[in-house]
Ligand binder design. Structure first.
Ligand SMILES: Cc1cc2nc3c(=O)[nH]c(=O)nc-3n(C[C@H](O)[C@H](O)[C@H](O)COP(=O)(O)OP(=O)(O)OC[C@H]3O[C@@H](n4cnc5c(N)ncnc54)[C@H](O)[C@@H]3O)c2cc1C
Length: 394
């Protein structure tokens, strides 16, 4: 899929992190003709959150900055198999966000209106239509929080996350990018406000441009150039059941119950919830997560009461205060570019941010689509509050 190379002493661009973001940035850079690019990865390719997520892709966000951004990513994902010549198994089966309270219904109505205005297919549906789309969902008045309605987003769905990562890695490699797994970055040298070199466990590499695409680890890399990011790292967990006959062909999310559920092509049921409430760099799973996710899933799908879970896992997420990413250049350190703050929702943004970060490097200008996500928004009081559309929904 990609070749091994000796580490060169100098590259035009060094991308740190071989997840979907770093690899997509490298791929689109090479497509624009910038091929002297190294991707440095401390573990194996895709060993971070990109190989651990539950691969939900959607564009039904809440803010006028977020919706067009994620919409472009959804469009890029829809054409990605052709773009990369590699089947990424994108199933646009439809995405449903349930409401169990009047306040939740109000929030979903607002999102439906914003989405529609900005060209994203998304509408409110009632319990009757929900029952037709998801026959096994408990729509009775028996649960603690009966379902009142939902936001239906037909183009949303799930993808094969490994395939996306491998496809970008193969595409970048074919165009001349050098991917270096097991190459941990230990320092970044800056002189007179300009990035000069990256230090790794395998030696020093000279470069004038570094992309920080390290998600859960991003604040440790930013500290190497003296920047404190407004980011904390939290574990996020998920689990998967044994295989079942097909019974669910929509992605179901309930923010009120803190749970999301979908069924894979292989028949496994994938379950997840929100971040662990404490900061940590640990990838360890917990029993608390299993108990919560099982209890909340059974409120939606009592039919799953005899189902056994096959495995559980965790990844780490770089959380910003407003649940929006941080992208672009930084004040005072030229050549240091951020593609971070991807929290629990960043896999879906891989293509668009990779493409736009590459454009920024090639043209030297910040593309309009990512300008609102600059780090300066925190000092200018221009936060982009996406929590209502991003917390559990990923
Ligand atoms: C359980 C779970 C479920 C999720 N579900 C969804 C979902 O359904 N939809 C969605 O859109 N998003 C989801 N996410 C979030 C999504 O996975 C991430 O936001 C996204 O994958 C981030 O991609 P990335 O390329 O920026 O980071 P990563 O894939 O984490 O890659 C960063 C890489 O940087 C490397 N690195 C770190 N430090 C160094 C160093 N010093 N030197 C060299 N390399 C280094 C790491 O090893 C890592 O491989 C989920 C996350 C988890 C954990």
């Amino acid at each position: 899929m990609w070749r091994r190379h000796p580490l060169k002493e100098r590259y035009d661009v060094v991308v740190i992190g071989a997840g979907v973001h770093g690899l997509a940035a490298a791929y689109y850079l090479s497509k624009s003709g910038v091929t002297d690019v190294a991707v440095l990865e401390q573990g194996y390719v895709g060993s971070g959150a990109s190989g651990r997520n539950t691969a939900i892709i959607r564009a039904n966000y809440r803010t006028p900055e977020g919706v067009p951004f994620y919409h472009e990513s959804l469009r890029l994902y829809a054409g990605l198999s052709q773009e990369l010549g590699f089947n990424v198994l994108f199933s646009q089966q439809g995405h449903l966000t349930l409401a169990h309270t009047d306040a939740a219904m109000k929030g979903l109505r607002e999102r439906a209106a914003t989405n529609t205005l900005l060209g994203v297919e998304s509408r409110i549906i009632d319990r009757r239509e929900l029952g037709r789309l998801v026959p096994d969902l408990d729509l009775s008045d028996r649960p603690r929080y009966p379902v009142l309605g939902a936001l239906y987003h037909p183009p949303g769905g799930i993808i094969r996350h490994d395939a996306v990562v491998w496809g970008y890695a193969r595409g970048a490699d074919r165009r001349g990018v050098r991917i270096h797994p097991f190459t941990r970055v230990t320092g970044i040298r800056v002189a007179s406000g300009q990035v000069e070199a990256v230090e790794t466990e395998r030696g020093t590499i000279r470069t004038g441009t570094v992309v920080n695409a390290t998600a859960g680890w991003c604040s440790t890399l930013a500290r190497m150039v003296g920047i404190d990011l407004p980011i904390t790292t939290h574990p996020l967990q998920a689990c998967v059941s044994e295989r079942l006959k097909p019974f669910l062909d929509k992605v179901i999310v309930s923010a009120n119950l803190h749970v999301y559920v979908n069924q894979t092509d292989r028949g496994e049921v994938v379950l997840g919830e929100e971040i662990n409430p404490y900061t940590s760099y640990s990838n360890r799973s917990t029993l608390r997560f299993l108990e919560n996710v099982a209890a909340h899933t059974l409120e939606l799908f009592p039919c799953l009461h005899n189902v056994r879970l096959l495995r559980q896992w965790a990844g780490i997420c770089d959380m910003t205060p407003d649940y929006s990413p941080i992208m672009g250049t930084v004040p005072r350190v030229r050549g240091f570019i951020l593609d971070v703050g991807w929290g629990t929702y960043g896999f879906k943004a891989g293509p668009v941010s990779g493409k736009r970060i590459a454009e920024l490097i090639v043209t030297g200008k910040t593309p309009d689509l990512i300008r609102p996500f600059s780090i300066t928004r925190f000092s200018e009081d221009k936060l982009i509050g996406e929590k209502a559309a991003a917390a559990v929904s990923h």
